[in-house]
Design a protein around this ligand. Sequence first.
Ligand SMILES: [Zn+2]
Length: 416
Amino acid sequence: MFTALKGKILYKIWLAINEMPYWFVAQWQLYRLKVILKIASDFVGMYQDQFGKSGLGKIKPGNLQDLERFPIITKSMIKSYPPESIILKSSDNLFYERANICTVCRSNGEPFRFWIDKNFCRMTGALLGKIGFRDIDLNFERALFVSREAQPLFLSKNLLVLPSADLKSNAADFVKSVVDFNPRFVFFSDRGAMAMFEAAFAEYRLSERLNLKAVFVFWPNLSVEERLKSKAVFGCDVFLSLYHVFHEIPLLGWECEAHNGFHLNRESYILEIVDEKGLNLPPGKEGRIAVTNFDNEIMPFVRYHTGDRGYFLEKPCSCGRRSPIFKVTSKYPKDLLLGGKKFDYNEIETVFRYYYSIVDRFRVEPIDNDTVKIHITPLKNWSEDFNAYLNESLTKLFGDSVKIEFIIDAQTQQYN
Ligand SMILES: [Zn+2]
């Protein structure tokens, strides 16, 4: 009950700040930016080094535009520092009480480890029911979360998480669990998980047994045809959101009922669209997505390039909400057909995320129906032995009939 009340209060604050006039939001963001920059420059080695190199020292921004003077941080750059330099220096127990370690690999092929503040996790958990501005009350309504990496668990009494791998290995049991639970809302960790559920939904005629109100998927974009197809299968509206709650930049934005881009979560983030030099681009111009987050004090993200590209829309959303809207243009790789079976890219990423300390990035190149080339840019710790481990993990996924060739690029000289 307390959590639900706290969630409601958090949402009211969130909504209030996001819908305030620009001058107020700018003041709020400037205050929070100063706090996170102070933490980064006083307690995080990588930022001390990077800010020092940029001649910024202990600069205090006088306005939001000053942020443009700070360097862009990439995953490769973060990996080039030893782990103790990318997180808060702390000698007390605070760090261990508040830090969660996670690994992630999105479709840009960059496995990555990060630390997240548990306080921030609680906040994103409370906002989960608000995606798409639906204001779902998880005290009374049930939601299912079909996720790539999770084990089956109840996050709360009305929020059940089921791993998408179970849907692939034993669809009948998975469907039975879903029908027994009888959710009104379904969240998907990615497009691949949603596609699998769509297939099961049609095969087991779930439209006759479930009455869904809305479906949410953590994904950058859907074509008009894809969205129409999903809506027709589920019999309800489909909302996109970015990024996944288990990722390093959770809930950066989400669609409203107009489905014309993501409303930016200004309470937690500053989003910049920048060119290759890190300079801001005007609305309508496409560039690199760089995000500054205010809430993760354990591992601050300041002007962090998520690996995706996008642009701000020039006009406010037709729904009337004040928060700016942006679109993501990155095209995530499509499904692979190997050995007569279909694999979605997220399945391959799930293997690679555990190799974050030896793989800087990877790329999958299907050659024919039975052969696939895996290009790897290794990190310093890479050794030939990992070829065998990776081969074993990927053979388990693809099956014995698929031939896997590894192409190892020139080794990068990096830590971690
Ligand atoms: Zn809108």
